[in-house]
Unconditional design. Structure first.
Length: 373
């Protein structure tokens, strides 16, 4: 896939109205979204707490309702922003679940984000409880294999009574009514983890929905071990930076780091981590390299790329990371990547750079390509 193709949005007609879609944007081929879209009967002012490209909210727009899409993933936001340019009733918010206003909506739609962990699901459900007026309705969708029944139990305690109203294979949709009590839960607080990286004890701010919130992941640790020892003054780009596990150690060594990350939850954590460490960096909420200027290049690009989009392996995203790395590496510069063995990054890197070396191969592999001068 060429990078221009990855960044191209296209209009997709549906029974409820047109959606905008693109590679890497979640929710376009997900059966849980499709079942919710067919089942939900929204009313009044509508909130979608996990819209993806907007499949479930299209029906509310077709009914002429005011809809607020609350989304933290940049690829999905790009699709939603394209839709909102043609739909005045669609209001798009790049925000986290716990930032919703209190008692402001008559209907909430929510496809559970179980792939981002229990803390994220709990935050989504608490946000629905906060946002709904008493007597308002929550249409809740998810996958039985990913804990839907357990999460439905949580939801009844947070929201009020409700039952499953639609089933399709393992997917479920439940309808619940917001009761007068209990009171909404407070916003979740970030916690701090520490790790010894490249000879320093470093603290990271983490919170719900971020990858590897319980500790720096083994793949990142491995990649850090294989980077050059001296990087002072080097311009380093971190693609898919998460909360900064790769970039913060390098920034503390004197590298000029730029972080690109698609999930706003991770961007906020990285900002907090860098601020607490007194380190400087450029941080961007970005769909791959979308946030960069056309001619920006770096001495070194590093990446521990995401394996999944919405819980699914998506090769278009993996290939886009390699294409972006090639575009952003200066002639003579280096691209270091760590990944699971089963994805064929060697092939994609060799196709782009003309060369690739395997620096390590076991549970993970560390690869290096150099951009010819």
């Amino acid at each position: 896939m060429e990078l221009a193709d990855y960044h191209t949005l296209r209009k997709l007609p549906t029974a409820s109205g047109a959606l905008w879609v693109k590679p890497g944007a979640p929710g376009q081929d997900d059966p849980a979204y499709a079942l919710l879209a067919r089942t939900a009967e929204p009313r009044g002012r509508v909130l979608d707490l996990n819209p993806g490209v907007g499949m479930a909210l299209a029906g509310a727009l077709a009914r002429g309702l005011e809809v607020h899409a609350w989304e933290d993933r940049r690829p999905a936001l790009r699709a939603l922003e394209a839709a909102s340019a043609q739909e005045p009733a669609l209001h798009v918010h790049a925000a986290l679940p716990w930032e919703v206003p209190e008692a402001a909506f008559d209907t909430a739609l929510l496809v559970l984000g179980a792939e981002r962990g229990n803390d994220w699901v709990r935050a989504q459900l608490a946000a629905a409880a906060r946002a709904l007026k008493p007597g308002a309705l929550l249409w809740l969708a998810g996958d039985k294999k990913l804990g839907f029944e357990r999460y439905l139990g949580w939801t009844r305690k947070l929201i009020g009574p409700g039952e499953v109203v639609a089933r399709e294979r393992g997917r479920r949709v439940a309808l619940l009514e917001r009761s007068e009590s209990p009171a909404p839960e407070p916003a979740p607080q970030r916690t701090t983890i520490t790790a010894r990286l490249r000879g320093r004890e470093i603290a990271f701010s983490v919170g719900p929905g971020v990858f590897s919130a319980d500790g720096v992941d083994p793949a990142s640790l491995l990649l850090l071990e294989h980077l050059p020892a001296e990087l002072r003054g080097a311009r380093v780009l971190d693609l898919g930076a998460g909360y900064g596990a790769l970039s913060l150690p390098l920034a503390l060594e004197g590298a000029h780091t730029t972080l690109l990350e698609s999930q706003l939850a991770s961007v906020r954590c990285a900002e907090a981590s860098f601020a607490a460490a007194g380190a400087q960096a450029e941080l961007h909420h970005s769909d791959v390299d979308e946030a960069l200027q056309k001619d920006e290049e770096y001495d070194m690009v590093i990446s521990n790329p995401p394996l999944h989009v919405g819980g699914r392996v998506v090769l278009d995203v993996a290939k886009a990371f390699v294409a972006a790395a090639h575009r952003r590496t200066r002639p003579g510069g280096r691209f270091y990547l760590v990944a699971n063995p089963f994805l064929k990054y060697e092939v994609w890197m060799r196709d782009r750079f003309g060369n690739v070396r395997t620096l390590y191969a076991d549970r993970y592999k560390v690869l290096l390509s150099v951009k010819p001068r």
